[in-house]
Design a protein around this ligand. Structure first.
Ligand code: E4P
Length: 219
């Protein structure tokens, strides 16, 4: 299972890469805006830190505009993945980029029907947003199960399900139980995977007991 860091914070990306928790990175316009960084310089820097796939999202929504932006973004580095919205125009650009051997991530997927179209457009990744579906009372993980089931029926569908809009470690565990290949999560959620109160409690007890022995492993 691959972990992508869903952030545009370069310090966080460096830290997660050192922990082995950043197989790739996903960014979006909101994350870039929050970083306050120049988009192009930021993507270049991220690509130099993480050799895996780095999603850079187009800002235009019309076909010609998305196409022009994709050309600029993919020239930044070999590991840039062009992130496109799941609209008919976005899918058209996805098909064209796929034919040219460029990796794509079709984002803002909220239904199985949309995921089928992303696969037909040859997307490298499709990003269903589980947290945003949960937010409106739908079952985000239900959508992941549905897409995985559908894709399994069609070996010619090579699109990978990139579980996105993750809010908690349980989302990641549920995605793993369903066999999803990739999740993208905020850095805090990725770190939270390591946390358990019984681990902290147990460790505190061991530290206390060890101190009582008066011994040192390294003197
Ligand atoms: C995916 O690529 C998006 O960047 C992201 O997962 C959106 O998550 P949000 O719903 O927390 O904004």
């Amino acid at each position: 299972m691959k972990f992508f860091a869903d952030t545009a914070d370069i310090a966080e990306i460096r830290d997660l890469a050192a922990l082995g928790l950043a197989d790739g990175v996903t960014t979006n316009p909101s994350l870039v805006a929050a970083s306050g960084r120049d988009f192009m310089a930021l993507i270049k820097e991220i690509c130099a830190v993480v050799p895996g796939p780095v999603s850079a999202e187009v800002a235009a929504t019309d076909e010609a505009g998305m196409r022009r932006e994709a050309d600029v973004l993919r020239a930044i580095a070999g590991n840039v993945v062009i992130k496109l919205p799941l609209t008919l125009e976005g899918l058209k650009v996805c098909s064209a980029l796929t034919a040219e051997g460029t990796q794509t991530n079709v984002t803002l997927c909220f239904s199985a029907a949309q995921a089928i179209l992303a696969a037909k457009a040859g997307a490298t990744y499709v990003s269903p947003f589980v947290g945003r579906l949960d937010d409106v009372g739908a079952r985000g993980m239900g959508l992941i199960a549905e897409i995985l089931e559908i894709y399994r029926h069609y070996p010619d569908f090579t699109t990978q399900v990139l579980v996105a809009s993750i809010r908690s470690p349980m989302h990641i565990v549920e995605a793993a139980r369903l066999g999803a290949g990739v999740v993208t999560a905020p850095p805090a959620v990725l770190r939270q995977l390591a946390v358990h109160p019984l681990t902290d409690k147990g460790l505190a007890a061991f530290v206390e007991a060890w101190a009582k022995t008066g011994q040192k492993i390294v003197s």
